[in-house]
Design a binder for this molecule. Structure first.
Ligand code: S3P
Length: 172
């Protein structure tokens, strides 16, 4: 039986681009959690953070992932904070295969620098902020069933590793 795949990792680790490619290759539905929330609420993540607050956003992302896990097997790109919230990991780890796109804070920071759509990065220098997020979340990300390194690697190579894992250990 196919099990859903959930990609986790720092902002800038490539969850969305890799997930989209993997889903295409596996002919599986793709859920980009941030995009799905923006579409259902009709506002950007940044506006949701500003107007409703982070706790409201966290509840939306929890709900989006848990609803997707009840549907047909799919590829899910979680937001960078999802894995570190409440019991999200504990709830998902028996139903899905969790794959950490392992990226050093330095490389993740270099990839997101100049982007204004990540509220947790706003007003911070990218690298120290990413180091902070890594320190706070590392223990959660490392609970993933598998890790795929992304530093210095092309999206296609990272996606190929994820696809190989999907075939070898998630029934795809
Ligand atoms: C967040 C990461 C973002 C988005 C939101 C919060 C985080 O997703 O969910 O801005 O807490 O790290 P990406 O990881 O896709 O940037």
């Amino acid at each position: 039986m196919k099990r859903p795949l959930i990609l986790i990792g720092l902002p800038g680790s490539g969850k969305t681009v890799v997930g989209r490619r993997v889903s295409r290759e596996l002919d599986a539905p793709f859920l980009d959690v941030d995009a799905a929330i923006e579409e259902s609420v009709g506002r950007s993540i940044r506006d949701i953070f500003e107007q409703d607050g982070e706790p409201a956003f966290r509840e939306m992302e929890r709900y989006a992932v848990s609803t997707a896990l009840d549907g047909e097997p799919c590829v899910i790109a979680a937001g960078g904070g999802w894995a570190a919230e409440g019991d999200n990991l504990g709830d998902a780890e028996s139903q899905a295969v969790l794959i950490h796109l392992e990226t050093t804070p330095r490389e993740a920071a270099a990839r997101v620098v100049g982007q204004s759509d990540r509220p947790l990065m706003n007003g911070h220098d990218a690298e120290p902020r990413m180091e902070e997020l890594w320190a706070a979340r590392r223990s959660f990300y490392e609970r993933a069933h598998h890790a795929v390194p992304t530093d210095g690697r092309a999206v296609e190579r990272v996606a190929a590793d994820v696809i190989a894992l999907a075939r070898s250990s998630a029934g795809w």
